[in-house]
Write a protein that binds this ligand. Sequence first.
Ligand SMILES: Cc1cc2nc3c(=O)[nH]c(=O)nc-3n(C[C@H](O)[C@H](O)[C@H](O)COP(=O)(O)OP(=O)(O)OC[C@H]3O[C@@H](n4cnc5c(N)ncnc54)[C@H](O)[C@@H]3O)c2cc1C
Length: 258
Amino acid sequence: MEFQSPSSTPPEALEAACPREGVESKFGVGVGRLEWLDNENSWLVMGMDGQNHGSFKGVVASDKSIFSSRFKDVTGSPPPLDLSLVPELAMKLQDIPVNPCFALMLAFTEPLSLIPVKGFSFKNSEILSWAHCDSSKPGRSTTSERWVLHSTSKYARDIISQTGLRKPSAATLTKVAEDVLEEFKSTGLNGSQPFFRKVHRWGSAFPAASVAGEEKCLWDDKKKLGICGDFCVSPNVEGAILSGLAAAAKLIDAPSCL
Ligand SMILES: Cc1cc2nc3c(=O)[nH]c(=O)nc-3n(C[C@H](O)[C@H](O)[C@H](O)COP(=O)(O)OP(=O)(O)OC[C@H]3O[C@@H](n4cnc5c(N)ncnc54)[C@H](O)[C@@H]3O)c2cc1C
């Protein structure tokens, strides 16, 4: 099964990563339903629009929205995977805790030359947890210097407890931007005023649990279903990659899957 490409990764980059002969890649496809066909020992993969994408001897699902009850809150439809089909995995996947975060994007006309590194964590701040110079990443435009600041989970949780999970108001976002920017300035590392700022609330930014332990992914050997993602290992890209590799290895090792 192929998943929709993440918005920041161009489809052609993903296609280049899947050059194996005989592998058909589909991009921009949302999976709406994974149906278990008992008599065929296969999974039927249906799109969000009900389109049949075929049946497969093995499936790897790489996002917790595939089985999360929050899927229904967002789309109005049940999540694509009914966890009662894989009861042993279901026990590990109930209510994965998540940490919220506010991310503030800032753009400056000049480099913040007092900061000697391109990314760092804050240890003693109630408000700020992390800062990174986004424009220092490979391939980014360098016409301005852009930083992304993350709030602490506690700060985000406190704000969300006051506002609820509805879309934050302009006043809330302005207050968050000011709090986070002031905290950044109070380090003495930045005195410049950004010419652009935008804050975004990530209600479920970081999984607060690693559900797969040493296995790094969850695998149902009978139905050849793998579940992977950062929530299986650690809440970062490294965790997501290690988990994806572990699930791919399970699929490759499973007789009749490939
Ligand atoms: C604001 C922010 C900044 C971060 N910065 C960093 C950082 O600098 N460094 C770092 O290491 N980590 C960072 N992280 C964490 C990192 O982004 C995640 O750990 C990582 O993206 C998780 O990868 P994943 O593959 O598990 O999930 P995702 O990246 O969420 O990928 C899941 C994919 O599944 C797709 N999908 C979901 N449902 C369906 C469906 N029904 N049908 C088809 N496709 C579907 C989604 O479109 C998505 O592309 C950051 C996170 C946040 C929120």
